[in-house]
Design a protein around this ligand. Structure first.
Ligand SMILES: [Mn+2]
Length: 441
C-alpha cells in the first residue's frame, strides 16, 4: 500500500512519537472522542483505538459507521468475546512492521465476516470440489467448514467425479477421517447454499451459472455469478487463502485441519517449489508446528501399489554410472516421492559419490533429486547453479532437488524425449561435478 493513499483515524491519548510513526505511513486524523471520530468524512485504512477508549459499544458504533475499516486497539487485552474485525495489538507491535500484517489480517477478517453472512441462513450447505478431489481442494473444504462453524451434517463436502483413487488422496481421506460425498448433478438442488473451493463454476459447464461462494487460486475463468468471490491466482494453493482466513478470524486450527492444509500447500506447490509465493511460505510456516508430521508422512508414503514397485525396479535395473555418479531415470511417474526415494537408495552403492534420480511428474515437470556422500561439493549449490535459470532448485549439502517445467525444458534442450533428457542430465552433471572437483583442488 502506498503512503499517499493511507489514512489513519487515531482515537485517544497517543504518544507523539506514535503519531509521528503513523504520519510517515499516511495521513493521520487524531481525535480524542467517539463523537469527533464519527464526524469524520472519507474512508480510512484503519482505525487505531487507544485501550482506555475501547468498549464493545464503541467498537460497534465505529464498525457500523466505518463498515469496511479494520479497528486496532493498542495495548489492549483481548476480551473473551472480541467483536469481529477488531484486533488487539501490543504497543511494541504498533512500532514495528508487524502493524502492516495486523492491518492486513484485520482487512481479511472483514472479508470473512462477509463470507459468513452469505451462508448464515443456509440450513444445509454444499462445499463442492472439482471432479478429481486433490489434497488442496479437500483441505480447503475442511477449512471452509471450520471457518463457517459448521459440521458434517450442516456442510457437506462433495464432488461430481469418480471415486478418489490416487493412493495418497485415499490415504488422506482415510487417515484424516474426511467424509467426501460422491454426488450427481441433480443432488445440487438439495442444498440451501453452494460454495466452490479450488475450482470455478465454469469448470462444470452450464451446470452452475450462479453460486454463493467461489474461493480459488486458479486464474479467473469465464463469467458466472457469485455472492462472495475470492480469486487469488498469485497464491500457490487454495489452502493458503483459507489458512489466511482462519488466522485472520482467529479460529483455532486443529491438528487434523493443520495437517490437511499443510499437505494441500505441499502438493500444490510441489513442496513450495512450484508457483509458491511468500503467502504460501508464511501459511506453511504457520501450519507446520500445528500439524501431525508423522501422520503426514503416512499419507505421503501411502502404500506402494505393485504397478509402482515394478516401474521402480525396472528403472533401477537400467541405472548407469559415469564419473562416480549413479544415474537413474524413472521416466513418467505419477507420484513424485518415488524420485527422492530412488536417489536415497542409489547413494548406498559402493564406490558411488553422487546419485541423480529424475523423472517427469504429472506430465508437466521434470523433477531431479540429487544425493551425495557428504565429503564432496554441496548438492544444493550444484543444483542451483545448474537449474536456477530454467526452473527452481535448492537443497542442502548432501541432498537437493530441482524442478524444471517441461515447457522450459523443451526450449533448453529442444526435445522432451526420454533419450534427450537422459543425455542432457548425464552431460550437465558430469561436467559440473568434474569441473567443481577440479577447481576445488
Ligand atoms: Mn489447488
Amino acid at each position: 500500500m502506498n503512503a499517499e493513499s493511507n489514512r489513519y483515524l487515531l482515537i485517544g491519548e497517543f504518544d507523539s512519537f506514535l503519531i509521528g510513526l503513523f504520519s510517515r505511513r499516511g495521513e493521520v486524523i487524531w481525535v480524542s472522542s467517539l463523537e469527533e471520530a464519527l464526524n469524520q468524512t472519507g474512508a480510512f485504512t484503519a482505525i487505531m483505538l487507544e485501550k482506555n477508549k475501547f468498549s464493545q459499544e464503541i467498537s460497534k458504533e465505529l464498525s457500523t459507521h466505518y463498515p469496511q475499516t479494520p479497528i486496532i486497539v493498542s495495548n489492549g487485552d483481548r476480551p473473551n468475546e472480541p467483536p469481529p474485525a477488531v484486533r488487539f495489538v501490543p504497543f511494541y507491535k504498533l512500532l514495528s512492521e508487524e502493524i502492516e500484517r495486523e492491518e492486513k489480517l484485520a482487512r481479511i477478517e472483514l472479508r470473512v465476516e462477509e463470507l459468513r453472512r452469505v451462508h448464515s441462513d443456509a440450513k444445509r450447505m454444499l462445499i463442492l470440489l472439482h471432479d478429481n478431489p486433490d489434497p488442496d481442494s479437500i483441505a480447503s473444504a475442511l477449512a471452509l467448514r471450520t471457518l463457517l462453524k459448521r459440521n458434517k451434517q450442516t456442510a457437506i463436502i462433495g464432488h461430481l467425479g469418480e471415486k478418489v483413487s490416487r493412493p495418497e488422496n485415499v490415504a488422506m481421506i482415510e487417515l484424516l477421517e474426511i467424509d467426501l460425498e460422491k454426488l450427481v448433478p441433480k443432488d445440487l438442488k438439495e442444498f440451501d447454499s453452494i460454495a466452490l473451493v479450488d475450482v470455478q463454476p465454469t469448470f462444470f459447464g452450464n451446470l452452475l451459472p450462479e453460486v454463493d461462494t467461489v474461493i480459488d487460486h486458479h486464474p479467473p475463468s469465464g463469467s458466472y455469478k457469485a455472492r462472495f468471490c475470492e480469486i487469488k491466482s498469485q497464491e500457490g494453493a487454495t489452502s493458503t487463502i483459507l489458512t489466511c482466513y482462519l488466522r485472520a478470524a482467529q479460529v483455532e486450527i486443529s491438528e487434523r485441519l493443520a495437517t490437511a492444509l499443510l499437505y494441500g500447500i505441499k502438493t500444490d506447490t510441489i513442496s513450495l517449489n512450484r508457483d509458491a509465493n511468500p503467502d504460501d511460505i508464511e501459511a506453511f510456516t504457520f501450519l507446520y508446528p500445528l500439524a501431525n508430521l508423522a501422520l503426514l508422512r503416512r499419507i505421503e508414503r501411502a502404500e506402494m501399489p505393485p504397478k509402482e514397485l515394478k516401474s521402480f525396479a525396472q528403472a533401477l535395473a537400467n541405472y548407469w554410472i559415469q564419473n562416480n555418479i549413479l544415474f537413474v531415470n524413472l521416466g513418467k511417474v505419477e507420484r513424485e516421492y518415488l524420485i527422492p526415494k530412488m536417489a536415497d537408495f542409489s547413494i548406498q552403492v559402493k564406490g558411488i559419490e553422487w546419485s541423480v534420480a529424475f523423472g517427469i511428474v504429472s506430465n508437466t515437470h521434470l523433477v531431479i533429486s540429487v544425493r551425495n556422500v557428504g565429503y564432496v561439493k554441496s548438492a544444493g549449490r550444484i543444483v542451483r547453479d545448474l537449474f536456477k535459470d530454467i526452473g527452481s532448485a535448492g537443497g542442502h549439502r548432501s541432498a537437493a532437488k530441482a524442478i524444471v517445467p517441461i515447457t522450459r525444458l523443451k526450449k533448453v534442450i529442444g526435445s522432451t524425449s526420454q533419450a534427450s533428457i537422459k543425455k542432457w542430465i548425464t552431460e550437465i552433471f558430469s561436467r559440473a561435478l568434474v569441473e567443481k572437483t577440479d577447481s576445488d583442488n
